[in-house]
Design a protein around this ligand. Structure first.
Ligand SMILES: O=C(O)CCC(=O)C(=O)O
Ligand SMILES: [Fe+2]
Length: 280
């Protein structure tokens, strides 16, 4: 993976890496140690104990083995700490996402993924809105990866090493746009998204990837942000889950991320009369 900092950020080069290259890049130096510590404290607190169990994904095998509690999600993070608004709308991420997904892109989810020691990792997969492409007939005919319907940011809160379960991915597979199968030999072909706390991996969610088993004695947590073009239905209903005051006071960038600048579906029968769309 190529590494960029706010000083060397090159959106056009990053877009090329995501579409035609390995499908992933590292952004380094976006977040301070204090921000990482603040985010990690919230994630640990909100995912403590089995009462904190939430819906999770790509854990079918873990569920069968009775290990599902070793991957914990924390959803709706904007409501759980001011640091998450800063992460979601970091200027470097906004710049990259505008270039990749269009200037009016939105956020579909901001959640944490915590893998506890002994956690078994995930099924190799691709991300929303491609995540059920194992049923290709439910998607448009000839769907392809010539343009992106997703971008992911993984902000590491712990060291991502082979032992802790750093995300695995198969470089270049985003171009195929299909759900990986057993015969794809994912584990023989995969590279790892290694890094230090605060490092951010941006990847095209069409690349085959998954969290890997945590064979260390420490937790391995990350913030996972899903960005989408404006017209893709977001995965989390954030405006419904957030306090009304949060939504009303949101900055212009956050309003965009929450999808509030793109009003559809709308009850057009009740909308203000007059022309609302078109070049003129
Ligand atoms: O936590 C990770 O390493 C990857 C998580 C992931 O890919 C997902 O939940 O979709
Ligand atoms: Fe994923």
């Amino acid at each position: 993976m190529k590494i960029y900092t706010p000083d060397t950020l090159d959106p056009a080069a990053i877009v090329a890496e995501l579409i035609n290259g390995p499908g992933a890049v590292v952004l380094r130096g976006l977040f301070t140690a204090e921000e990482v510590a603040a985010a990690r404290a919230v994630v640990m607190r909100e995912s403590e104990g089995t009462a904190a169990a939430k819906v999770t994904h790509f854990q079918g095998a873990a569920e069968q083995e009775g290990k599902i509690a070793l991957q914990r999600r924390v959803w709706n993070l904007l409501a759980k700490g001011e640091v998450f608004s800063r992460m979601a709308a970091h200027p470097a991420l906004m710049t990259v996402m505008r270039a990749f997904l269009g200037s009016e892109f939105i956020m579909g989810s901001i959640a944490a993924n915590r893998i506890l020691p002994g956690g078994p990792g995930q099924e190799p997969h691709i991300d929303y809105p491609y995540w059920d492409l194992h049923k290709p007939e439910s998607h448009p005919v000839r769907i392809n990866a010539s343009f992106p319907l997703n971008a992911q940011a993984t902000i590491m809160l712990d060291p991502f090493t082979e032992e802790t379960g750093a995300t695995a991915y198969v470089p270049g597979t985003q171009a195929e746009l299909r759900y990986p199968t057993e015969s794809d030999r994912f584990y023989d072909r995969c590279a790892r998204m290694l890094g230090e706390p605060g490092d951010t991996v941006v990847f095209f969610g069409a690349v085959w990837h998954c969290a890997m088993p945590n064979r260390s004695q420490q937790d391995r947590s990350a913030i996972l942000i899903q960005y989408l073009p404006k017209f893709v239905k977001p995965m989390e209903d954030m405006p419904a889950a957030l306090p009304r005051a949060f939504v009303e006071q949101a900055s212009p960038d956050l309003r965009q991320l929450l999808g509030l600048n793109y009003p559809y579906p709308e009850v057009l029968d009740a909308a203000k009369a007059g022309n609302a769309e078109g070049r003129a």
